[in-house]
Design a protein around this ligand. Structure first.
Ligand SMILES: Cc1cc2nc3c(=O)[nH]c(=O)nc-3n(C[C@H](O)[C@H](O)[C@H](O)COP(=O)(O)O)c2cc1C
Ligand code: SF4
Length: 431
């Protein structure tokens, strides 16, 4: 297997105008859709299953399984929705795809439209990505002019499908798939109670497919290479390549495409990727998958590959593909206080454990920062983390504790000076 293969990024920088359909075609674009249109539909589903692509938005749900569910869902009207909200801190890979190869995302969404006989697709793009909105709109217009969207696409009678852009307005929670659908419908962007599954009752109550930008961009590659060809780019349980975002105290910060299964030490230390510490100080930890993922130590990554299975085995996770690397000048309690402040700000407030729990967690961490914790506070902290995880209604509240629980286990010394052992009172929990 060739290292660091450019598959999703193959066309980056190679087109004078990345929204131009002819240039896109000249570099292999629309081959996936043409292949799909000539295939038996259930064979398309088989190829997706073989590819073993796990959703790239963070939850790692197998894409083949999701598409099969929607294919067999009852209903004449089905919707295709692309999640381009990309609100996870430290994550900027969907932006790159939308900015440098928007037609690959449009092609993936059009393959879904063809398979599900959907008439309408939506892409929800993070509001702050203003330049991306313009690029994407231009790519849509060019696709329409070239009969790759609109009526009788590719000259196929009845293949009518178009895509609309919806702008996010700065709420992290609108990246959660059901909150995103509410937002498209013009409702307050808060998560829905699940079940029902969105593949059965989604946008406007109709069966709906929601996938991440990178997931959609991978679909034409799967069909071009074949499911097995895509699988072989990664490991048997983690097919394909993955876009990763390196930030923090590494020399070469940025977005990279890696083959799943690449050793994590290569990603952090090799000159091809991170290049090691940018500050000259030893690296201390990596925060994986954005704010909602766990922390990992440099020791922990020694024999870990960047594949879903190896990461889970090491109690780590890929999530959105973010890797925030911190050196040993960073106190973990200070770092976590920032993480907690993010969740306080972004909690949608629908359920009490998340709305109040995140605030209480932040207050405790701020006390710890000043060394003003009291005996018993660590137990209160742990109990709050458990409550918020178990009693929150959506993935936001359920993942607040991930970084904190891993930090307490990995860096007990950073928490030691948080408690004033002379103090007598025990923190009272007020919900
Ligand atoms: C609070 C929260 C924020 C999320 N933000 C995003 C996001 O910005 N982009 C994204 O693709 N998925 C996001 N997700 C995951 C989506 O709910 C959903 O799993 C994903 O869009 C499905 O696509 P995939 O299967 O291709 O990953 C978020 C989930 C939660 C709980
Ligand atoms: S867990 Fe938090 S973000 Fe999710 S619905 Fe409840 S209050 Fe809103």
């Amino acid at each position: 297997m060739e290292r660091n293969q450019a598959v999703l990024t193959a066309r980056f920088g190679k087109m004078d105008d990345c929204t131009d359909v002819l240039e896109y075609r000249a570099l292999g674009g629309y081959r996936g859709l043409e292949k799909a249109a000539a295939m038996d539909k259930e064979k398309i589903l088989d190829e997706l299953d073989t590819a073993n692509l796990r959703g790239r938005g963070g939850a790692a749900y197998p894409l083949g399984k999701k598409w099969r569910h929607l294919y067999f869902a009852k209903g004449d009207t089905k919707y295709v929705v692309c999640n381009g909200d990309e609100g996870e801190p430290g994550t900027f890979k969907d932006k790159a795809l939308l900015e440098f190869d928007p037609l690959s995302v449009i092609e993936g969404m059009t393959i879904a439209g063809y398979l599900f006989k959907a008439k309408k697709g939506y892409i929800y793009i993070r509001g702050e990505y203003r330049n991306v909105h313009q690029i994407f709109q231009q790519a849509l217009e060019n696709a329409r002019e070239n009969n790759m969207l609109g009526e009788n696409i590719l000259g196929i009678d009845g293949f009518n499908y178009d895509i609309e852009v919806v702008s996010g307005a700065g709420a992290y929670i609108c990246g959660e798939n059901s909150a995103l659908l509410n937002s498209i419908e013009g409702k307050t962007g808060r998560p829905r109670v699940k079940p029902p599954h969105l593949a059965d009752v989604g946008l406007y109550g109709k069966p709906t497919l929601v996938n991440n930008v990178e997931s959609f961009a991978s679909v034409p590659v799967i069909l071009s290479l074949g499911g097995q060809g895509f699988l072989d780019l990664g490991t048997p349980q983690s097919g394909g390549t993955k876009l990763i975002c390196l930030s923090g105290h590494v020399k070469n910060r940025g977005m990279y495409e890696i083959n799943l299964g690449t050793p994590l030490t290569d990603i952090i230390y090799s000159e091809e990727f991170g290049g090691g510490s940018s500050t000259g100080r030893p690296l201390k930890f990596i925060h994986f998958g954005g704010q909602s993922g766990p922390l990992g130590t440099m020791g922990q990554i020694q024999d870990c590959n960047y594949s879903y299975e190896s990461m889970w085995e090491h109690e780590l996770s890929i999530g959105s593909g973010a890797l925030v690397v911190m050196d040993n000048s960073v106190n973990v309690v200070d770092y976590l206080a920032n993480v907690a402040a993010f969740f306080v700000h972004e909690s949608c407030g629908k359920c009490t454990p998340c709305r109040l729990g995140t605030q209480r967690i932040l207050e405790l961490l701020q006390k710890f920062q000043k060394g003003e914790g009291k005996p018993g506070d660590m137990e209160v902290f742990e109990s709050m983390l458990t409550h918020v995880t178990q009693m929150s209604a959506c993935g936001l509240g359920q993942s607040v504790a991930n970084s904190m629980v891993s930090a307490m286990k990995l860096f007990p010394d950073d928490f030691k000076h948080a408690i004033n052992w002379e103090a007598k009172e025990v923190q009272e929990v007020i919900w």
